[in-house]
Design a protein around this ligand. Structure first.
Ligand code: ATP
Length: 348
């Protein structure tokens, strides 16, 4: 018999049949997951779906009730946290308030007995990686929230883990800073080439950052794929609804209007409003309805259209492309909504 997986071809993180129960609560159920080396993988799901528990089992802070966990092809199921090649960045970055940024970042190396000169060099490198070399001599309270978060990242990166685990690291930041940090985090990850496993309940954040997204529900992964796959081709109603706005046609409606045996999901930005007097295009599925609400969001306008079945379909238009034409659509206007059949995802 040969080894199933080992060495550099092995996934960075592999979970096989992993379950975790807290008393009667089944937090994680029979989970298989493979994270590739160098990948940015997000675990996305609602509160209580098991994401943090999976992260904590990878770190070794929790024991799996069942199953095996491997890092780089090595079974670490029974290996204690400090002996695993992983590091965790938490939301409450917990910097030492009386140590300078440089001392904070170098702390882990000091604990490991690394000499001052070598330590200094690596601290400089780590600070450069997070673009904060200029704050080395400051104290944590002299930094902004976003800067403190990047210092927490530098403190983890300096230990050169195989895998970095991040538990809602941007959760404490305001929306604007958060969006800016998302882009930076992605760039930093690409530059350092370390595998990132990232926990979030924010779908936009998961889509923005990740190479792949694992969508969690009730302790299981409902779907795993690239951001485009999970967004454009959700395989379950839960995934369709959790990843942003979605129109879900139940099987009876889907069968009547599109000849589909399965329920269908269509994203609002794929739905076109056919104004009175306008023709639908070849290959389109259409439904008649009445404009019930018009919502201006800044970049887009959403039209909530009541269709015959007591069902509401949302159509979303970028305002840049539709200046005047659709503005004339008032509430109560009889329209048809339409989408290309291949833009509807089947939900078996
Ligand atoms: P959140 O986004 O709120 O952190 P999550 O998806 O990370 O949620 P987990 O924290 O993994 O979810 O929790 C999964 C389930 O396990 C929940 O029902 C939770 O209450 C339960 N749970 C987690 N940790 C413990 C614990 N130490 N003791 C008892 N139950 C726990």
């Amino acid at each position: 018999a040969h080894e199933a997986s080992s060495g550099r071809d092995a996934g960075a993180v592999s979970l096989r049949g992993v379950s975790k129960s807290f008393g009667a609560v089944a937090a994680v159920r029979d989970l298989d997951l493979d994270v590739r080396a160098g990948e940015f993988l997000s675990m996305l799901g609602p509160s209580g779906s098991g994401k943090t528990t999976v992260l904590r089992m990878i770190a070794g802070f929790e024991d799996a009730t069942e199953g095996t966990i491997s890092l780089g092809g090595v079974d670490v199921t029974r290996v204690p946290p400090h002996a695993r090649q992983v590091n965790t960045v938490f939301q409450d970055y917990a910097l030492f308030p009386h140590l300078t940024i440089e001392e904070n970042v170098g702390y882990g190396l000091r604990v490991r007995g690394e000499r001052r000169a070598a330590r200094r060099e690596r601290v400089v490198t780590a600070l450069e990686q997070v673009r904060l070399a200029h704050v080395a001599s400051r104290l944590p309270h002299q930094l902004s929230g976003g800067q403190r978060q990047r210092i927490a990242l530098a403190r983890a990166l300096i230990l050169r883990p195989q895998v970095l685990l991040l538990d809602e690291p941007l959760g404490a930041l305001d929306k604007q800073l958060r969006e800016q940090m998302q882009i930076e985090l992605k760039q930093i990850q690409r530059e350092v080439g370390i595998t990132f496993v990232f926990v979030t309940h924010d779908q936009e954040e998961a889509l923005t950052l990740s190479d792949r997204v694992a969508v969690f529900n009730g302790g299981r992964i409902e779907q795993i794929g690239t951001p485009r796959e999970v967004y454009e081709l959700p395989r379950t109603e839960f995934v369709a609804r959790f990843l942003g706005l979605s129109n879900v046609l139940p099987p009876d409606v889907a069968e009547r209007v599109a000849g589909s045996r399965a329920a269908l999901s269509v994203r609002p930005e794929r739905v076109r409003i056919v104004s009175p007097g306008e023709h639908s295009h070849p290959g389109e599925t259409t439904l008649a309805g009445t404009v019930a609400e018009i919502v201006y969001t800044g970049p887009t306008t959403r039209y909530l259209v009541d269709v015959e079945e007591g069902l509401q379909i949302i159509a979303e238009r970028p305002n840049a492309h539709h200046p005047a034409a659709t503005e004339s659509l008032a509430r109560g206007t009889e329209v048809r909504v339409a989408w290309q059949a291949d833009h509807a995802a089947r939900l078996p």
